[in-house]
Design a protein around this ligand. Structure first.
Ligand code: GLC
Length: 721
């Protein structure tokens, strides 16, 4: 459809019809809906009229080829100009084949697999009638008390940007009109939602614009540079103004400075929430502020449809602002080919053939293997088949391993840990007992578990959080395992048996006690549909762990926030002239994380020689080659994620102790040595100055190379202008 055709539709639209395009409603409001749609936010009394539904622009949470076709057909019958609906839903890490949660995918450091996971998610969703997914979520996170860290890929802006690009590529492909197995992506939550004070969801976010641009904005920009079609505004304030009414953040930065001319959708109710935030005295002012800020679609509240007409007729809001927003919505419908093919990829026959196919499940299993992180292994893993195993814990036989954003994923179809281990160990070697629930238990359950453990040669403890304990509105002030699980671990560890803890959780936990009591700890996160198979493959050595953390694990919640790319302070602990007491430290725990960014063990072992630089000085436009010889000193083939960090020793503003600038994943045969090469460029040394100029400064730098952010070898170099 040509652009002028869109303009001619716009010219025919009444003001009411234009404004109704801004209304996004959940499925239950629509004729043809079979079941309740996705309800992920507070449902206020909506005051919706038939006319509003007839003219609304998009649906939230519909899926299923039959249902979506029914909804679209009914809508096209009722809509005067035959403008099709956009069908939008949260497909964050899988549609029905559920992949590990994004914080786990982040630990794979594997962009190809990340892209593949979102391509498969898009295919399953599009076949089921979905046009747009509310993903990727690229919020940078540093506070594990926040329940939504599981949706993020972690604490580093460079790595988050790489994943943002990979997910958008997978969701959208190259041409949304032609490739109906893809969906439009919607990067979220703009901006800096992950910096909620106290890790308490929806709480205040307040930071300098320089910090915002340096750490929190890069991944959104990367998603948009990759062509992401939509942006979702966050619930939180940014510099004192809620994102959905923040003209400086949205219209000035996102639209004018970055040139984003796609659709901006508010998060659920976020337009109306300008009122409780205290920046709008009512829905009319909320509507005015959000529209002037640049929000096109209002999700699940009705400030726009109730008040925009009056604001336009009263001259407070110009109709060209309305027309711009309508055109952005019509343009995405055109890009998706909906005017010609309103049902797009919805196909009941293909739903049966493609969804949860073996190919899709194999991809989920592969990514789950790559996403698990081996945190500790005192020579108990890999396990030998035939050993008597007692599998104990609330996640021994539990399908709640998909995470809080699995929506259409089926817990019943998830491979539980018991099933996976039975396949690898043999049923005759395996006994199992719950020992306790996630957050409660009985003496009998404990006794039964201890009895099994007594009889076993190895105990596998499957512990963790239920999916309700993280995700949206899932903030926790105590990030340890629930007490009953800690008691189970304490009782089991007293038996003196080799004890392996497998963790199912959505955040970095305080694992201080677990790390002392267990002989091995495998962080499995919420591993998705194929979790049981993937974990068993790792425990029994059919796969070699390769995951590396992308979010630091604190010693305890009192240490939060702890992250690798922190500043040195004026009184750094451990400096040559540091005093005993008057330095930046805690009296009771180390400053370093319990498990740092980039950390993860494998069944192989690697040695790194000193990095060699091709030059000790770097000029703009030139490069320095950084070469490191790495040897697999074990008997086992293994994959290593070699990480390159840089430190600017003296900037115009303080600069982080380390910044990840590159990495490479390489497989080494037993005994194999490889020369790993990186190329350093001046562009990688640029940062936001106090005047927000993005540039590098001449001076001394250190380059670090290592298996994680804490164990590195270094060389210095000088940047000269
Ligand atoms: C929720 C979430 C957002 C999601 C939206 C629609 O409140 O904050 O991530 O996409 O509502 O379900």
């Amino acid at each position: 459809m040509a652009d002028q055709a869109l303009h001619s539709i716009l010219e025919q639209m009444t003001l009411d019809e234009k404004i109704a395009q801004f209304m996004q409603l959940a499925t239950p409001f629509f004729e043809g809906a079979e079941e309740e749609g996705e309800i992920t936010g507070p449902m206020a009394e909506m005051g919706i009229t038939e006319e509003i539904v007839r003219n609304s622009g998009s649906v939230l949470g519909a899926s299923g080829a039959k249902e979506v076709r029914n909804i679209q057909e009914a809508h096209l019958r009722n809509n005067r100009l035959g403008i099709p609906l956009l069908i939008m839903a949260d497909i964050v890490h899988g549609f029905k084949t559920i992949f590990p949660v994004p914080l786990a995918i982040g630990c794979s450091w594997d962009m190809e697999l990340a892209e593949k996971s979102s391509e498969i998610a898009a295919r399953e969703a599009s076949i089921s009638g979905v046009h747009v997914t509310f993903a990727p979520m690229v919020d940078l996170v540093r506070d594990p008390r926040w329940g939504r860290v599981m949706e993020s890929t972690g604490e580093d802006p460079f790595l988050n940007s790489e994943f943002a690009r990979a997910f958008v590529k997978g969701f959208q492909g190259k041409n949304l009109a032609e490739d109906t197995d893809r969906v439009a992506a919607c990067v979220k939550h703009f901006a800096a939602y992950g910096a909620a004070e106290g890790g308490r969801d929806y709480n205040t976010v307040d930071m300098s614009e320089r910090q915002l641009r340096e750490m929190y904005l890069p991944a959104y920009k990367a998603a948009l540079d990759e062509g992401c079609e939509m942006v979702m505004t966050a619930f939180n304030t940014v510099d004192g103004i809620p994102a959905s009414g923040n003209k400086k953040l949205v219209r000035d930065l996102l639209r004018d400075e970055w040139g984003f001319d796609g659709i901006l959708i508010s998060d659920w109710g976020a337009v109306k929430e300008l009122i409780p935030h205290g920046v709008a005295d009512g829905e009319k002012e909320a509507a005015e502020k959000a529209m002037k800020a640049g929000v096109d679609i209002e999700m699940m509240t009705t400030c726009y449809v109730q008040h925009l007409k009056e604001l336009v007729e009263g001259g407070s809001v110009s109709e060209e602002l309305i027309d711009e927003a309508v055109l952005r919505i019509l343009t995405l419908k055109k890009k998706l080919g909906l005017f010609e093919h309103p049902h797009r990829g919805a196909d009941e026959k293909r739903e049966q053939e493609v969804i949860m196919s073996e190919e899709h499940r194999d991809a989920a299993r592969e990514l789950a293997v790559k996403s698990c992180v081996l945190l500790k292994n005192d020579k108990v893993l890999p396990l030998q088949a035939g050993k008597k195993i007692a599998l104990i814990g609330p996640f021994a036989q539990n399908g709640d391993i998909l995470g809080p954003w699995a929506w259409k994923g089926s817990r019943e179809k998830a491979v539980q840990l018991y099933e996976g281990i039975a396949k690898r160990a043999g049923l005759e070697s395996l006994s199992s007992a719950k020992g306790c629930d996630v957050a409660g238990g009985t003496e009998e359950e404990l006794k039964e578990a201890l009895a099994l453990a007594e009889e076993a040669e190895v105990v596998i403890l499957a512990l963790g959080e239920s999916s309700e304990m993280s995700g949206e509105a899932g903030s926790r002030s105590d990030i340890r395992l629930p007490e009953v699980q800690r008691e189970l671990l304490a009782a089991i560890s007293k038996l003196g048996k080799p004890t392996v803890v497998v963790l199912f959780n959505g955040r970095p936990l305080d694992l201080t006690e677990v790390s002392h009591r267990a002989d091995a700890v495998l962080e499995a996160w919420f591993p998705g549909t194929e979790g049981g198979h993937a974990i068993a493959d790792l425990l029994y050595g059919f796969e070699n762990p390769s995951g590396r953390l992308t979010m630091s694990f604190p010693h305890n919640v009192g240490q939060v926030p702890v992250y690798y790319n922190c500043f040195n302070t004026g009184r750094p602990q451990g400096a040559p002239d540091a005093q005993e007491r008057y330095v930046s430290q805690y009296l009771d725990i180390p400053n370093e994380a319990l498990y740092p960014f980039g950390y993860g063990l494998s069944y192989s072992s690697f040695t790194y020689e000193e990095p060699v630089l091709s030059n000790k000085t770097l000029k703009a436009g030139e490069t320095i080659d950084v070469t490191v010889r790495i040897t697999n000193t074990s008997e086992r083939e293994g994959e290593e994620t070699v990480q390159l960090y840089v430190r600017d020793l003296s900037g115009e503003v303080v600069r982080p102790l380390k910044e990840l600038k590159d990495f490479v994943k390489l497989t080494f045969k037993p005994g194999e040595t490889k020369e790993v090469n990186f190329t350093l460029r001046e562009e990688q040394l640029r940062y936001h100055h106090s005047d927000l100029q993005f540039a590098s400064d001449p001076g001394e730098f250190i380059v670090f190379v290592g298996p994680n952010s804490a164990e590195v070898k270094e060389q210095s170099f000088t940047l000269v202008k």
